[in-house]
Write a new protein. Structure first.
Length: 243
C-alpha cells in the first residue's frame, strides 16, 4: 500500500455497525490502517454495544461519540442478516426481523449520525447487496430490505447534498462473500459443499468475493477521493449483475 493510501482517512472518525462480522471487521481494520479512528460496534465482540434496531441504543452511542470526539466523519452500516424464504414460505416474524435489522437499522443509523456529520460534512456507506438490485424467488425479505436500503441511500444522498460541506451517501452491493453469512446459507442445503460450488459458479469471475475487497470499496467511499460520488449503488459482484 502506498503512503498516500495509508493516510487516506487520516484522523477521520468512522462509526461502523456489524463490526464483529466479516465486512464490518475488515472495514474497521482498513480504517485504522488508513490512519482513521474506527468506532467498531456490534451486538457483542466490538468496542461498543449497539443494537441497530433500537432507537435508544443509537441515541446512546451517538451521544457517546459526540462527547468523546465532538464529531463524526463517516458511518458504515454493515449490520445485516439474511433469511432464505419465498413470499409463500416465509413467516411474518422472520420478514419483520430482516426488515428491522437491515432496513430500520440503516434508517436509524443515517438519522442519528446526520447531526454529527453536518458540521464538517462526511460520508455514509450502506451495505446493500446484489439482492437490492435483482430478485431471487427465495429471498423475499432480504430483497425487500436491500432494495429499501438502496433507495433510502438515494434519499439520504439528496438531503446530504444540500448540506455544506456535503454529506455523501452511497450503497455498496456485493454478491456472495467468503464468511459466516454465506456459510450459513450453504449450511441449510442438503449438500453444503455443492451449494458453495453452485454459488461460485453463478459468479462470472468464478469465485466468492472477499470481505477485504468490499472493505477497500468502503474505504474509497469514506475518503475524500470519492468526493463527487453520491447516491450511487455500486455493485461489487464479480460480474453477477452484468449478466
Ligand atoms: N456476506 C455476503 O455474502 C454479503 C453479500 C451481500 C451483502 N452483504 C451485506 O453486507 C453486510 C455485512 O455482511 P457480513 O458478510 O459481514 O455478515 P456477517 O454475518 O459476517 O456480519 C453481520 C454482523 O451484523 C451483526 N448484527 C446482526 N444483527 C444486529 C443488530 N440488531 N445490531 C447490530 N449488529 C447486528 C452480527 O452480529 C454480525 O456481526 C450485511 O448487511 C449483509 O447483508 C453480505
Amino acid at each position: 500500500m502506498k503512503e498516500t493510501r495509508v493516510a487516506a482517512l487520516k484522523d477521520k472518525i468512522i462509526l461502523i455497525t456489524g463490526a464483529a462480522g466479516a465486512v464490518g471487521a475488515a472495514v474497521a481494520e482498513g480504517v485504522r490502517k488508513a490512519g482513521g479512528i474506527a468506532i467498531a460496534t456490534d451486538l457483542k465482540g466490538a468496542d461498543l454495544t449497539l443494537d441497530v434496531t433500537s432507537e435508544e441504543s443509537w441515541q446512546r452511542v451517538v451521544a457517546e461519540v459526540g462527547e468523546r470526539h465532538g464529531r463524526l466523519d463517516g458511518l458504515v452500516n454493515a449490520a445485516g442478516i439474511v433469511a432464505i424464504g419465498s413470499v409463500e414460505k416465509l413467516d411474518f416474524a422472520t420478514w419483520r426481523r430482516v426488515l428491522s435489522i437491515n432496513l430500520d437499522g440503516t434508517f436509524l443509523g443515517c438519522k442519528y449520525a446526520f447531526p454529527l456529520l453536518k458540521e464538517r460534512g462526511g460520508s455514509i456507506v450502506n451495505l446493500s447487496s446484489v439482492s437490492g438490485l435483482v430478485g431471487g424467488y427465495n429471498l423475499a425479505a432480504y430483497n425487500a430490505s436491500k432494495g429499501g436500503v438502496s433507495l433510502l441511500t438515494k434519499s439520504v444522498a439528496l438531503l446530504g447534498a444540500r448540506n455544506r460541506p456535503p454529506i455523501r451517501c452511497n450503497a455498496v452491493c456485493p454478491a456472495f462473500l467468503e464468511g459466516p453469512m454465506v456459510d450459513g446459507i450453504a449450511g441449510t442445503a442438503r449438500d453444503p459443499g455443492s451449494a458453495m460450488d453452485k454459488m461460485s459458479a453463478e459468479i462470472p469471475i468464478g469465485r466468492l468475493g472477499k470481505p477485504s475487497e468490499v472493505a477497500a470499496l468502503c474505504l474509497y467511499l469514506l475518503s475524500d477521493d470519492s468526493g463527487f460520488v453520491t447516491g450511487a449503488d455500486l455493485p461489487i459482484d464479480g460480474g453477477l449483475t452484468a449478466k
